[in-house]
Write a protein that binds this ligand. Structure first.
Ligand SMILES: *Cc1c(COP(=O)(O)O)cnc(C)c1O
Length: 239
């Protein structure tokens, strides 16, 4: 193995151990939690290695970086997630390679995605991104919509051709009542998911937890964790 492959294999094994331990502690089956590796800022060669090491899902947050990477990895059988704030002028490109957009936060984005998904004859999975720190504006510092806005967006996604409502996503807030209380934040997300599934029973995905707080997310009931740093290393620049 190359040095990088050895390094990524060791990091992946450590993350896998953490997920398995968190599942065991919560009395959950390991199969209930999917690891998504966040490859933002890292090269296509790393994505290729991760695929060789058995990773099935990767995530990116900027179309400029993601589009060429996805093109370079088009021969791999990977699911691509988009987890960044998404401008409507990037939607056409993103729809070209993304299986699930996890950052649905406004109606205009839903209509743009629907239009491009239909044009590309693709079905795009959608998660409504929930901002647990949303202020009066109804929007969060790190993207997302306030809990009160979930239902409207979810209904819109569910009724839009080319789109599939898969569930909810959140990033643990750095401000507001949940700052420093990741477990409580993720439990709130689970409650919101329970509410959502009353009207949209198939929207079972709950995406929560990153390198620093994946245990809390698994304990709360997350179905997907998004891990970057713990697998790939500290990012060379903000991303
Ligand atoms: C970067 C990022 C992650 C991964 O964060 P790490 O701390 O590197 O594990 C997860 N989710 C989102 C939305 C991100 O932007």
């Amino acid at each position: 193995m190359t040095d990088r492959k050895t390094e990524l294999a060791a990091n992946l094994a450590r993350v896998e151990e953490r997920i398995a331990a968190a599942c065991a502690a919560a009395g959950r089956d390991r199969g209930e939690v999917t690891l998504i590796v966040v490859t933002k800022t890292y090269p296509a060669s790393d994505v290729r290695i991760l695929s060789e090491l058995g990773v099935s899902d990767v995530a990116e947050n900027r179309d400029q970086d993601a589009a060429p990477k996805a093109a370079a990895c088009a021969d791999l059988s990977l699911s691509w997630h988009f987890v960044g704030q998404l401008q409507t002028n990037k939607v056409r490109s993103v729809v070209g390679y993304t299986d699930v957009v996890q950052s649905i936060d406004r109606a205009r984005l839903v209509s743009a995605l629907s239009k491009e998904a239909v044009r590309a004859e693709r079905e795009v999975g959608c998660l409504v991104q929930v901002a647990l720190d949303a202020g009066a504006s109804g929007r969060g510092e790190r993207g997302g919509v306030a809990p009160a806005g979930i239902e409207e967006l979810a209904d819109l996604v569910a009724g839009s051709p080319g789109l599939r409502l898969d569930g909810l996503m959140t990033v643990a807030p750095l401000t507001g009542e949940y700052a420093g209380h990741e477990r409580a934040a993720f439990e709130r997300l689970m409650d919101l998911s329970t509410d959502l599934r009353r009207t949209h029973p198939a929207a079972t995905m709950v995406s929560a937890g990153m390198s620093a707080d994946l245990e809390q997310a698994v304990a709360a009931g997350a179905t997907h964790v998004r891990v970057g740093t713990a697998v790939l290393g500290v990012r060379p620049r903000l991303g």
